[in-house]
Design a protein around this ligand. Sequence first.
Ligand code: HEM
Length: 427
Amino acid sequence: MTNQPHSPTPAPDLFTWEFATNPYPAYAWLREHAPVHRTRLPSGVEAWLVTRYTDAKQALADGRLSKNPAHHDEPAHAKGKTGIPGERKAELMTHLLNIDPPDHTRLRRLVSKAFTPRRVAEFAPRVQELTDHLIDQFADTGEADLIHDFAFPLPIYAICDLLGVPREDQDDFRDWAGMMIRHGGGPRGGVARSVKKMRGYLAELIHRKREALPDAPTPGEDLISGLIRASDHGEHLTENEAAAMCFVLLFAGFETTVNLIGNGMYALLGNPEQRALIQNSIEREQLGLIELGIEELLRFDGPVEMATWRFATESLEIGGQRITAGDPVLVVLAAANRDSARFPEPNTLDVARRDNQHLGYGHGIHYCLGAPLARLEARVAFMTLLRRLPDMQLASASTELRWRGGLIMRGLRELPVEFTVQRKQFR
Ligand code: HEM
């Protein structure tokens, strides 16, 4: 620890097992004593952690912090130590989370033409169908591992359907994504192989779809076809750009949603009175509280611990701390979202919280592109689980839960629950 001026308590250890289980006391210490804190990450790379809300929001919007790993003064990216595992080897680098304007502006405008709120809204019945189908698989057993049986498959099948991956190939994606999620924080060889396979598959699928694309859009056209068709002043995505775009949609939209459902359900199960408020509002079909509640779950224990890598392009100050050109900066969204300078009683889950401008989806030009889809999946998932399995609780046999603590995302490895057996399908 380099900047911990006059702290009465010793600096907490970061990135340990205890930290993955509950990082919030360490974040509270950092916010108070070393709000912009230089640390050595488990990979050996040194980076600045930004933990206060105001600094975090400013840093996310600061154009001097680049997303392009070429600005890092170490060849860490080349060694796979920064960025998404496997992306470099699989030539998937040119995606939204690795580029700056003007390239970012062009690609984001193109993808936004295909990934529209309307396309997402039209997808709602399919998300409901997938959700019900997954719950049907375990509703008559009285128990489930909500991560493995529900939170994990839902987003992968949803995004595959949205992209237009044929159903018969979707289990391959489930396997590849499973490899990424299981080993995200650990050995990278298997992850790199999975990413490479995904890349190969996507390249071929995009090529096939491009060849078969009719002149005019058809109703319900899939997202890959929409991406191929999207044009900006006559410019289209290249096949490589389209593959990198599909990859980032999968990467950014998969584990995040798994963790939103997992962390969120765990928080509700541990706060029965808050859960009862949501359940009552579902019974009364008042969607307002569910929507507020999902935003609060994102603030309270959101899936994205830190925003993705940023690199200082010049010497600059964040929160009074000098950052040297080339230094990596990680904005700790989870710490900012519990900052008492911004949120009253930040450690309390309050599903009716108003004025909840949390940073769970980021801020600025890289603000989550998939937020409408994430909100749709979360709404359908929470409402359906709580409606169909109203007395769900943590399994009594469950011992201490284990957390997957990667650098960027944090979520449960498993979430064993039990509930009264539902013999008949009830919707
Ligand atoms: C609960 C779910 C989700 C959360 C909490 C979340 C969070 C975030 C955050 C924090 C960022 C900004 C990262 C940064 O600035 O470094 C981001 C960006 C992004 N997200 Fe999400 N996300 C979620 C779901 C999704 C979904 C479902 C998709 C798409 C299928 C998606 C696609 C993206 C993309 C493409 C970006 C990059 C945008 C850009 O760089 O312009 N996300 N997300």
